[in-house]
Ligand binder design. Structure first.
Ligand code: CU
Length: 458
């Protein structure tokens, strides 16, 4: 883990590199920082120019830059990378600067940015700046606005950031393959006015989906619908960072979607409103309260919330198959099927055969079954009360009193105040089922229910 201090150091060193100006000097290509780490890196605070509250990227990082006269210079390197989806599974992807997705780019409204793109892929590429208002020739559409960037070449994009908001970058060359291989990143432009829509914590992630057959490590790039790895920043639960928040913080979460379907992202214990799209800020008068924000394809949705309810709050895609890891989708439903006799027969051939699914699939969450090489259990993870039975697009918002500002370390499991956790009651004290209407029994209330005695008259 890179400490905040050393990160500040890096930014400062880059910023103090010889200041030269003019287009000609662009030939001196800035350093291209690279990382192999898959945990969320601390925010990079600006050391020059207007102040802003920097973002953090789940399981990712922000690209350091240098000032060169009035230009803010960045260097992206498109290259093959190895991404760990979660401990136990590594996938060969294409990305930028050592990881997929690429680092988040951050700048300020009004900044002039110069972005160098070096191609170390085996085929040509470009970078399109999704949502940016820029000169046509900087839009990165291969063949239309520029020649494709051949392997070994470096191109420069220069434009002024006309408006603040949340944007993305991705190739516009061989898009189907290059995005299916993980090439994408987020681009956040902060308002010049520090007070505009100010928040205390600002999280960013981008969604991508892959079909990686168990035992392999390369996505099938021609798949159109039946993916088995639904990721946030090319990570799946339990590999996705938790989102620590201080009780009372104003929080923004910015979500990009470059998968092939929409994702209804659901928040527990709080409500929120969409504050920003890739088209700009939503006026406050046009916002309405939600607990699930649908993120369509090729779109960004940022929502704002106040973290006013302490706890470990689930935060996940509401498509249930997207909160699962590798699974086949053509399996039969065995609920209610008694497989005991079948199991006895099969065990004569396969001694450790286990029939599953007769009562549902929850037992798979607790079971540590042997898996094929390089894949992940369909549902997994353990919490303080038992198996979590999730995967895919799932994490926890961890809201705690007294966290330090900008402290993004995992605060551990929530300690529930006494008397605030759902609890079991003995069957003998369970209330009888209530009936509505005039037929309700006058003495309805807690009473002894003997097993087998409560079905009379049904
Ligand atoms: Cu989803």
């Amino acid at each position: 883990m890179i400490s905040r201090r050393s990160f500040l150091g890096t930014a400062a060193v880059l910023a103090s590199a010889t200041a030269v100006s003019g287009r000609v000097q662009a030939a001196s290509i800035p350093e291209a920082p690279s990382t192999k780490t898959t945990t969320m890196q601390p925010p990079i605070f600006p050391t020059s120019g207007p102040d802003y509250q920097p973002v953090v990227t789940l399981n990712g990082w922000t690209l350091p830059w240098r000032m060169n006269g009035e230009w803010k210079e960045f260097h992206l390197v498109a290259e093959p990378v190895v991404r760990e989806f979660a401990p136990g599974m590594k996938v060969n992807l294409w990305g930028y600067n050592g990881q997929a997705p690429g680092p988040t780019i951050e700048a300020v409204e009004g900044d002039k940015v110069r972005i160098f793109v070096t191609n170390k892929l085996p085929e040509h590429t470009t970078v399109h700046w999704h949502g940016m208002l820029l000169p046509n020739g900087m839009d990165g559409v291969g063949g239309v606005t520029q020649p494709h960037i051949k392997p070994g070449q470096t191109f420069v994009y220069e434009f002024e950031l006309k408006h603040s908001g949340t944007f993305m970058y991705h190739p516009h060359s061989d898009e189907m393959v290059q995005m299916a291989m993980g090439m994408m990143g987020m681009f956040v432009v902060h308002p010049r006015d520090l007070k505009f829509r100010r928040v205390d914590r600002d999280f960013v992630f981008i969604m991508s989906a892959y079909l990686v057959d168990p035992g392999t490590s390369l996505p099938k790039v021609a798949e159109m619908t039946d993916f088995n790895m639904w990721t946030w920043n090319s990570r799946v639960f339990p590999g996705i960072d938790p989102m620590p928040m201080r009780l009372g913080d104003r929080v923004r979460v910015r979500m990009g979607n470059l998968t092939m379907t929409n994702h209804p992202i659901h928040l527990h214990g709080h409500r929120c409103a969409v504050s920003c799209t890739d088209g700009g800020w939503v006026p406050e008068s046009a916002q309405w309260p939600e607990t699930t924000i649908d993120v369509p394809v090729g779109v960004i949705r940022a929502f704002d919330m106040v973290a006013d309810n302490p706890g470990d709050w689930a935060f996940h895609c509401h498509k249930t198959h997207h909160a699962m890891n590798a699974m086949g989708h053509d399996i039969k439903n065995f609920i209610g099927v008694d497989k005991r006799d079948l199991a006895r027969q099969v065990r004569k051939l396969v001694p450790d055969y286990m029939p599953m699914g007769s009562t549902g699939m929850a037992e798979m969450g607790a079971m540590e079954m042997p898996l094929p090489e390089n894949t992940l259990p369909m549902m997994t993870g353990f919490g303080q009360f038992g198996p979590i039975e999730m995967g895919g697009m799932f994490t926890l918002m961890k809201i705690r009193e007294g966290l330090a500002a900008n402290d993004y370390r995992d605060p551990g499991e929530f300690k529930h105040p006494q008397g605030t956790v759902a609890y079991e009651v003995a069957n003998s004290s369970a209330p009888s089922p209530r009936r509505s209407g005039p037929a309700a029994q006058p003495n309805a209330g807690p009473k002894a229910v003997k097993p087998g005695s409560n079905h009379k008259g049904h």
